[in-house]
Design a protein around this ligand. Structure first.
Ligand code: ADP
Ligand code: ZN
Length: 440
């Protein structure tokens, strides 16, 4: 069934030349705002010999310097603030997945824009004011909870502000209040699905119809699994604290890439090694410029997320450019024995072979050689197997990993439920090489 509802139809379906016009105008203004109000930016631009007068539209974007996570850390906490702090109404901070947290400031307009982006995502997933939206992203400093909560209000859903954790209570409220839309990380959605099953519920026993899952990488295989276990359609949502939070991009009914809210953000793809801007369709690092942020506007922010953009016509009628699921963060990538390995590749192999997405990768360096172990929970049928049978299954999985990765991990089939579940972003990798001070 086609869903022709948009939260803001005029913006979401405007022709590209209008999008470009809006971006041109907003960029010129935003560059002035940043240059005039943020010394850190003024210095960066002066260093590069570029002034606001050089920026007449998005074709000049490449002249601006990049800004990186390190710049944010250096200017912690408020070195990049572009407005008087008394105009700000809130802060959030990153999850700190890859190091020291950074903080971002919001004015009321910034919050409104962000919540509207999340509302677009909810409507694109089939949401309306008739829905009951269960938000079990973490609330607090993390942007997940507040973002979807605000979006849910804007759509007019009945909002269940659950935050993450206490899975029994999540399930009780889901059942008692007939939740129809579930918002959380994909790893928590998988865990909720698993717990429902353990409690004897079938997918058709719940009233959920859709899920909006993001904040961490997940594979198509995991999507299928979650959809099957919860009896829903699972939509991806992408965002980062530095740009506002979730809702920078969201999936439509095609479930084939996420539309970037281009009236608020400009997306570029660059070669992460050289900084060169690549044409649409190339794989590279995603770079964002926020056009409307007042308090914490970033120009050409390097996300370190690797993906591909596409401007192909989408059957949903939205005209915003689409991004593929991030294939992983450039800093998620492990180099093991000289080979590039992404956790998402491992997840794909596991799910294709009937295993759950509950796994942990352990990397170490012993006697100058990288060790590479993967703990994987047994399938129910493996559990009663003989030790010999289990060894054979480990070998089988090892060959499948070798075919995907090009190197051999050591597989350990472990007892079901023995790998810790995550209520937020899952911890997939334990890289003990860090203790040796190795820069990985
Ligand atoms: P941190 O960088 O500390 O995790 P955030 O909570 O702001 O801070 O997370 C933003 C990052 O989360 C993104 O840069 C991206 O790497 C990841 N992310 C967010 N949404 C998705 C998604 N749908 N798919 C894959 N990765 C995602
Ligand atoms: Zn679409």
């Amino acid at each position: 069934m086609m869903n022709k509802n948009y939260f803001q139809p005029q913006a979401e379906t405007m022709p590209y030349d209008e999008i470009k016009k809006i971006q041109d105008e907003k960029l010129v203004k935003q560059v002035r705002h940043v240059y005039n109000n943020v010394k850190y930016y003024r210095d960066l631009m002066n260093e590069k010999g570029v002034t606001p007068d050089d920026i007449k539209g998005i074709d000049d974007l490449h002249k601006l310097p990049f800004i990186k996570k390190d710049d944010l850390r250096q200017s912690y906490p408020n070195g990049l603030l572009a407005t008087d702090i008394k105009n700000c109404v809130r802060i959030h901070s990153t999850s700190g997945t890859t190091g020291k947290r950074v903080v971002a400031f919001y004015t009321q307009n910034d919050i409104d824009m962000w919540e509207e982006c999340c509302a677009r995502a909810i409507v694109a997933a089939g949401g309306s004011n008739e829905d009951v939206c269960q938000v079990c992203y973490g609330y607090g400093l993390f942007t997940g909870g507040s973002g979807l909560h605000g979006g849910s209000h804007k759509v007019g859903c009945l909002t269940l502000p659950m935050s993450s954790g206490n899975t029994d209570r999540q399930i009780q409220f889901m059942m008692d209040l007939n939740a129809t839309i579930l918002c959380c990380t994909p790893s928590y959605a998988a865990y909720i699905g698993e717990t429902l099953k353990e409690k004897g519920y079938k997918p058709e026993d719940n009233t959920l119809k859709a899920g909006i899952f993001g904040a961490e990488p997940w594979t198509e295989e995991m999507r299928k699994d979650i959809e099957k276990n919860l009896g829903i359609k699972a939509y991806d949502i992408y965002g980062l604290t530095e740009m506002s939070g979730p809702g920078v991009a969201f999936e439509c009914e095609e479930q084939n890439g996420m539309h970037i809210n281009e009236d608020h953000f400009i997306a570029e793809i660059i070669n992460p090694d050289t900084g060169e801007v690549l044409p649409v369709g190339s794989k590279g690092e995603l770079v964002f410029t926020s056009l409307d942020k007042e308090a914490f506007p970033l120009l050409r922010y390097r996300t370190r997320d690797i993906c591909v953009l596409s401007r192909e016509k989408c059957s949903c009628g939205r005209t915003f450019i689409k991004m593929t699921k991030p294939l992983g963060r450039s800093d998620d990538m492990m180099i093991i024995r000289g080979v590039n390995v992404f956790p998402s590749q491992i997840e794909t192999v596991l799910l294709n072979n009937g295993y759950t997405p509950n796994y942990q990768i352990i990397v170490d360096r012993i006697n100058n050689k990288d060790t590479f172990d993967i703990n994987v929970e047994m399938r129910p049928e493996d559990f009663s197997d003989t030790p010999k049978g289990i060894t054979a299954k480990e070998k089988e999985l090892q060959s499948a990993m070798m075919a995907m990765l090009g190197i051999n991990p050591k597989i350990h089939l472990v007892v079901p439920n023995s790998i810790p579940r995550s209520e937020g972003k899952a911890v997939r990798v334990i890289d003990n090489r860090k203790r040796l001070g190795i820069n990985i």
